[in-house]
Design a binder for this molecule. Structure first.
Ligand code: NDP
Ligand SMILES: O=C(O)C1=N[C@H](C(=O)O)C[C@H](O)C1
Length: 257
C-alpha cells in the first residue's frame, strides 16, 4: 500500500448499503478496503487491527452511535450514513471529539450525512431556500419496504431545515383545520408534517410540497439505485480526513451552505 492510499473499513458490510460501499471502495482510486465488519464483530478491535484511517458506518439506528465512539477510540475518522441521530447523540460525539482532539491540529473527524445522494442533498438545499416563501409545507418520503425506521432520516433533516427557515422568517404554522383523524396526517417534525410510504419496487425517494393561495411548488428527488449514494460516500471518505470535529450533512462538503 503506498502512503497516499487511504485504508477504509466498512461497518455493516453485509447489508445493502455496506455491500455497495465495499464494492465502491474496492473500485475507487486512492482507497483500499481493509476490513468488512458486521453484526457480532467487536467494531473497535476490528477497526484498530485493520489499520483503517476511515471507517464507514451503514448499520442500524440502535448501534450507530456506539459504533462511532468505538471507531474514534480505535483512532479512525468516521463517515456515517446510518439514521437515528438526534441532538443528544450528536452532542456526545462532539464531546468525545473535543476530548480526543484537544491540542491536535490533525484531529479526528466524523461526517454524518442523512443522505449521500446528490439529488437528495440538492432537494434538501432547495427546500430550505424555498421554505420562507410558502404558507404550507409538507414532506412525503417513499422507500423500499425493508426499511426499519420511519420517517426517513432524510425527511427528518429536510423537515427540520424547513421548520428552521419558517421560524427565521416568522411564519405562522401551516394552516390545517384537522380536528380528528390526526393519525392520517403523518408525523410532526418540528411542526412540519412528514408522510412515509413503504412500497415494493421503491428504493429511496422524497417529495417536498409547498403551497400558497393559487400555486404549488413540488421538489422531488429519486434514488433508483444504491449506486446513486456512492459518489457522495467516496467524497465523504476523502474529505473527512481533513475535517476535524463533527460535520452533519454533505451540503457542507459540497459548498452548498
Ligand atoms: N445516508 C445515506 O445516504 C443512506 C443511509 N441509509 C441508512 O443506512 C442504514 C443501513 O441501511 P441498509 O444497508 O439498507 O440496512 P441493512 O439492514 O441492509 O444493513 C445493516 C447491516 O448492519 C449490520 N449490523 C447490525 N448491527 C450491527 C453492529 N452492532 N455492528 C456492525 N454491523 C451491524 C446488519 O447485520 P444483521 O442484518 O445481521 O443484523 C446488516 O448487515 C439505515 O439506517 C439506512 O436508513 C441507507 C441508504 C442511504
Ligand atoms: O433506508 C434507506 O434505504 C435510506 N435511508 C436514508 C434515510 O432514512 O433517509 C437515506 C435514503 O433515504 C435511503
Amino acid at each position: 500500500m503506498s502512503s497516499s492510499v487511504v485504508p477504509v473499513a466498512v461497518v455493516g458490510a453485509a447489508g445493502r448499503m455496506g455491500a455497495t460501499t465495499c464494492a465502491a471502495v474496492e473500485e475507487a482510486d486512492g482507497l483500499e478496503l481493509v476490513a468488512r465488519i458486521d453484526a457480532g464483530d467487536d467494531v473497535g478491535a476490528a477497526v484498530r487491527d485493520s489499520g483503517a484511517l476511515v471507517a464507514v458506518d451503514f448499520t442500524v439506528p440502535a448501534v450507530t452511535e456506539a459504533n462511532v465512539h468505538a471507531i474514534l477510540d480505535a483512532g479512525a475518522h468516521a463517515v456515517v450514513g446510518t439514521t437515528g441521530w438526534d441532538e443528544a447523540s450528536r452532542s456526545r460525539v462532539v464531546e468525545h471529539l473535543d476530548r480526543l482532539n484537544a491540542g491536535r491540529e490533525d484531529g479526528l473527524g466524523v461526517l454524518i450525512a442523512p443522505n449521500f445522494g446528490l439529488s437528495a442533498v440538492l432537494a434538501m438545499t432547495f427546500a430550505a431556500k424555498a421554505a420562507r416563501y410558502f404558507e404550507s409545507a409538507e414532506v412525503v418520503e417513499l422507500h423500499h419496504p425493508n426499511k426499519v425506521d420511519a420517517p426517513s432520516g432524510t425527511a427528518r433533516h429536510t423537515a427540520a431545515a424547513i421548520a428552521a427557515a419558517r421560524a427565521d422568517a416568522g411564519l405562522a404554522p401551516s394552516p390545517d383545520a384537522t380536528e380528528s383523524g390526526w393519525e392520517a396526517r403523518g408525523a410532526d417534525v418540528d411542526g412540519v408534517r412528514v408522510h412515509a410510504v413503504r412500497l415494493r419496487g421503491l428504493v429511496a425517494h422524497e417529495e417536498i410540497l409547498f403551497g400558497n393561495v393559487g400555486e404549488q411548488l413540488t421538489i422531488r428527488q429519486d434514488s433508483f439505485d444504491r449506486a446513486s449514494f456512492m459518489p457522495g460516500v467516496l467524497l465523504a471518505v476523502r474529505e473527512v480526513v481533513g475535517r476535524p470535529g463533527l460535520t452533519v450533512g454533505l451540503e457542507h462538503v459540497l459548498d452548498l451552505t
